[in-house]
Design a protein around this ligand. Sequence first.
Ligand code: HEM
Length: 483
Amino acid sequence: MDEPMAGPPPGCPAHGTGPGGLRRLYGPDAQDLAGLYEKLRAEHGAVAPVLLHNDVPIWMVLGHGENLHMISNPSVYTRDSRIWTPLLDGTAGPDHPLMPLITWQPICSHAEGDEHQRLRGSVMGAMSTINSRDLRRHISHWTQELVNHFCHRGTADLVSQFAEHLPMAVLCEILGMPEEYDDRMVQATRDLLKGTETAIASNEYVMSVLMRLTVRRRAEPAEDFTSHLINHPAGLTDEEVGQHLRVVLLAAYEATANLLANVLRVVLTDPGFRAQLNGGQMTVPQAVEQSLWNEPPFSNVLGYFAKQDTELGGQRIRKGDGLLLGMAAGNVDPHVRPDLKANMMGNRSHLAFGGGPHECPGQDIGRAIADVGVDALLKRLPDVQLAVDEDDLAWTASISSRHLAELPVVFAPASPQDVMERPGVSEVPRPRPDWDTSDPSLEATPVPRPTIDLPEPPAADPATGPEHRLGAWQRFVRWWRGY
Ligand code: HEM
């Protein structure tokens, strides 16, 4: 058994890497986190002692089964960090860089028992009023709007001009504040998630928007998520409503933006994947699921905390120890995926959405944005292809997530298209039915152009223009579009 606080075991290959001979999940030794997880798996098995920033000890849960066991046993593990030993003994002080992710807040993500049910029940109740057909229309509408902004150029960065905008536009519609979707909202949300010097000001901006919406809807309810959250029988206060709008906005925005970029990258770069699509064996939703296995939008959740002494993956866990829910590592556990190249064929037993009482309640919305958004984008830009070598794509990684910094593409310049009218939210709350993405009624009717200000794409290189690289891809797209 490993001891997260004890000295290195004799002959430990990690000796010298940090106090106790433990490997660090930060700094120069953690540039390749996926590689680090495999070293840890080889050295310690399914659960490994590691060091967070400032060399604060924590357990990294690497096994698929061990992660599932942890998140499914709320009597043993909690998301309430107030019992975490390094917090209580001052090892992790208030200035610890990961404190914004760790500090307990009165929100559903950190609550347990009856309080968790009250808060999560309100969020789920409001979510159940979202009409899936309207949701798909919003996604299709905003995809058309975003593509209209760059389609005439023949080049785009699908991260900054598409993946980072579509979830925000759709979320603003769902929450009941479509007028708040603009570049400032996108930039502020990205900024506060990055934890930069301006993160506090950005957070204040986002919170001011959400609190204004809360007050407005308390006075004058409408048919939207926010009004249903306010009017839920659980009786949330304005402060609780505002904080849960923030939870939903942040969780939904970052994860879905990452997922969209990842799925687009796979579609644009993986020849095997394209061949399978060509052969008609893989649907877009299956492609999304494959991406959720290989590159989960959140790599780890920080964290879970042991409420009692216990054992996990052969390690002795002490009451007050912290554990990282390792989605990226658990998804490539050789016990569940002996062959990482194998197609998972739409299998949904990955850890991308967590599990147990805190399992992501918005997963079908995230999936729908990726399914409909990718499908609609490929229909608009049938010859789209990567403008750089796949190996030249830049990634940004942290403990929480790994995502593409940009995804430059080229395509034949095309004219903007009229887009469909904005739908309203269903008047009658209905449970979500299927999430079929192939709905012909999503086709366009005109509405005014939005006033968003998207970043300029890089200039097109005529030598690498799409006309030089058509062929198999064109055939694939024709198949995709059904003609
Ligand atoms: C691809 C998209 C998404 C991914 C990968 C994702 C992933 C996750 C994960 C890993 C958790 C934490 C699970 C845990 O603590 O064990 C979570 C929680 C949550 N997610 Fe998502 N999410 C996505 C989209 C969304 C969307 C679209 C919404 C809302 C519209 C949403 C709302 C929430 C909420 C409210 C929680 C907290 C639930 C609780 O603690 O009871 N998520 N999500």
